[in-house]
Structure formats: structure tokens, C-alpha cells
Design a protein around this ligand. Structure first.
Ligand SMILES: O=C(O)CCC(=O)C(=O)O
Ligand SMILES: [Fe+2]
Length: 328
């Protein structure tokens, strides 16, 4: 487990030139910077993103409030009881194939708010903790979800432009995109087992990930293939980490990378909070970038495959999934 030389750093890109261009060429420059970052690393840091700091702070406070609930109350909100995989995941539930120990993190999932459960639970209503007043959890979390949903959409647009596609292509795969948000708390290092990770090494399976780290709570590390080393990523205030999942790598014909990453909370006595918003695509969408791609897997099939090999999935949900969804 080597560490990288000082000079390697993830690019820090300013999105304001794309959102609010001041002169000709501003948008194109941002597109080119993001293209380079995704080609070289599959990861970058982002400022000038337009998500208000107050929403980020409100979200972190809400996550803190949620995880402070007593264990029995959190377990009553378990995602294993919910057909759409929304709700609470306790520490020790995610064990990746090949890992010696499960993740130490606890998490809480929300997604699009659909009134009824459809498509084997890919779409459905969220689970909201009734014991926390709405203005201390549901409202700030939902407002934040929508803001990062839009940021994820914007990054997708830029990736498509960078690859030379028209923006109308979004219509082909993101009319009703699955956008899942995972709020996470990592226990202090002192409370984890020797060799246990907060989140073990993995690649994100899907589309664009918009990750907020609690400022100053370092712990995320990205695998740099060329150097064969883990690169620590600073947790900076008002700066997002953006990365591409495997689906983007495959849809782009490997032009964009999906990099392996992991989390070890470096603080001995303090928890670390983070929140990842994953912008995928419609459940039945296939590769919109290359109609000749022999792999016709749908977004839903890719998701199921990943949950089966890396993460737990409610047994009920697996049994309700049509067999063709599992053979991708
Ligand atoms: O908490 C973090 O910094 C990263 C989390 C992550 O990689 C994930 O949830 O996929
Ligand atoms: Fe990840």
C-alpha cells in the first residue's frame, strides 16, 4: 500500500465558467478540463458548482441528527423492509466479494419520490423518519437532493458534450432517471476493527457520482493505476468530488475512466459524514452513446448485478426481479 508522490493531485475545476460564462470560450474551457480529468483519472474536485453552502450545511446537520437516533429506531427504518431499498443500513451490512471484513459505515438511502412501487422497486416512495420534525430532516434533505440531482444532470451534459454528442441524447436515457442518494456516517478509527474499511475498495457501478465530504474529515482515497498507489483526496469546504462509474466507462467505450476508491476515517475519535448522489439513468435505458454496443444491459440490470455482488439487497426484491434482469 504505497502512497503517491506529493505532486499528484486530483484536478480542482471551477464550474462557474460553464454555469455563468463571462466571455467566449469559458464554457468550452470547462468542458475540456472535465474531459481531461475524466480521461486521466475518472475523478475530479469541483468548485463554483452552484449548490449553496447553506444547503450542504443543512444536509450534514440532518445526517448527524438521523444517525444520533437510538439503534432500535434506526432499525425500524431498515432498508431491508422497503421494496425500493430506501432507509437505514446498519454498520456491517455491506460485504464485497473478496473482502475480509464488512464496511464499518452506516448509511441511509433516499431516491426519486414516486408514489407507487414500480419496476421491481427501482421506483417508489422514500422512507422518512417520523420522529424527526420535517424541518430538521425531510425538508433540508429533499432540498439538497434536488440540488445535487441537478448538478449530476449538469455533469452528465458536460460529459456528453465532451464526447461530441448533442444534449438531446439525455432524452434517450434520462427521462425518469434513477438518482439515489446515500447519506453516510463512518465511525471513528478507534471504533473499527483492525483492517476494516469505512467503505472497502470499489468502483461506483453507474453514472455520475456527486460526493460531499464533511469539511476537514479526510478519508477518501482513489487508486491511481499509473502509479499503483492510493491518492488521498482532501475534504474541502464547498468543494465536491465528482467521479464516473463503470457504466459511464463502458458507455463511453473506455474513453472515460472509472477509478477504484475506498474510505478509511482517519480521525481516531470523531465520526466522518459524507453524502453521495448517484445519477444513473432510466431503469430500461441501454447505451445511448453507441447503438452498436453488443452489450445491451439496461441500467436496472447493471444495478441488480452490482447489488448482488457487492452490496446486500432485500431478498424480497431479488425474488421479485424478473429472471432476465438477473442474467445481464
Ligand atoms: O464517503 C466517501 O467519501 C465515499 C463514499 C463512496 O465511495 C460510495 O458511497 O460509493
Ligand atoms: Fe464510491
Amino acid at each position: 500500500m504505497g502512497s503517491t508522490e506529493e505532486e499528484i493531485k486530483l484536478p480542482l475545476i471551477d464550474l462557474s465558467g460553464y454555469i455563468n460564462p463571462q466571455k467566449p470560450g469559458d464554457k468550452e474551457r470547462v468542458i475540456a478540463e472535465i474531459k481531461d480529468a475524466c480521461t486521466n483519472f475518472g475523478f475530479f474536485q469541483l468548485k463554483g458548482h452552484g449548490v449553496p453552502l447553506s444547503l450542504q450545511k443543512g444536509l450534514l446537520k440532518s445526517i448527524d441528527t438521523l444517525f444520533a437516533l437510538p439503534d432500535e429506531e434506526k432499525m425500524a427504518l431498515s432498508y431491508l423492509k422497503n421494496p425500493s431499498r430506501r432507509g437505514y443500513e446498519k454498520s456491517g451490512m455491506s460485504l464485497r466479494e473478496g473482502d475480509a471484513l464488512p464496511d464499518s459505515k452506516e448509511a441511509y438511502y433516499i431516491g426519486r419520490e414516486d408514489p407507487v412501487t414500480e419496476h421491481y422497486g427501482f421506483y417508489g416512495p422514500n422512507v422518512w423518519p417520523h420522529q424527526i420534525p420535517d424541518d430538521q430532516f425531510r425538508d433540508p434533505v429533499w432540498e439538497y437532493y434536488q440540488a445535487t440531482y441537478h448538478l449530476g444532470e449538469l455533469i452528465w451534459e458536460i460529459l456528453l458534450l465532451a464526447l461530441g454528442h448533442p444534449l438531446t441524447i439525455m432524452e434517450q436515457f434520462a427521462k425518469r432517471p434513477m438518482v439515489q442518494m446515500k447519506m453516510i456516517r463512518y465511525p471513528p478509527l478507534a471504533a473499527t476493527l483492525p483492517g476494516q474499511f469505512g467503505v472497502g475498495a470499489h468502483n461506483d457501478f453507474g453514472g455520475v457520482t456527486v460526493l460531499l465530504q464533511e469539511p476537514g474529515k479526510h478519508g477518501l482515497e482513489v487508486w491511481i493505476e499509473d502509479k499503483q498507489a492510493w491518492l488521498p483526496v482532501q475534504a474541502l469546504e464547498d468543494v465536491y468530488v465528482i467521479n464516473c462509474g463503470d457504466m459511464i466507462m463502458n458507455w463511453s467505450g473506455k474513453r472515460f475512466k472509472s477509478a477504484k476508491h475506498r474510505v478509511i476515517n482517519k480521525a481516531d475519535n470523531e465520526a466522518r459524514l459524507s453524502c453521495a448522489t448517484f445519477f444513473h439513468g432510466d431503469v430500461n435505458a441501454t447505451n445511448p452513446l453507441n447503438p452498436d454496443d453488443p452489450d445491451r444491459s439496461t441500467v436496472g440490470q447493471l444495478l441488480i448485478k452490482r447489488f448482488k455482488s457487492q452490496f446486500s439487497l432485500p431478498k424480497d426484491a431479488i425474488s421479485k426481479v424478473a429472471p432476465e434482469q438477473l442474467t445481464a
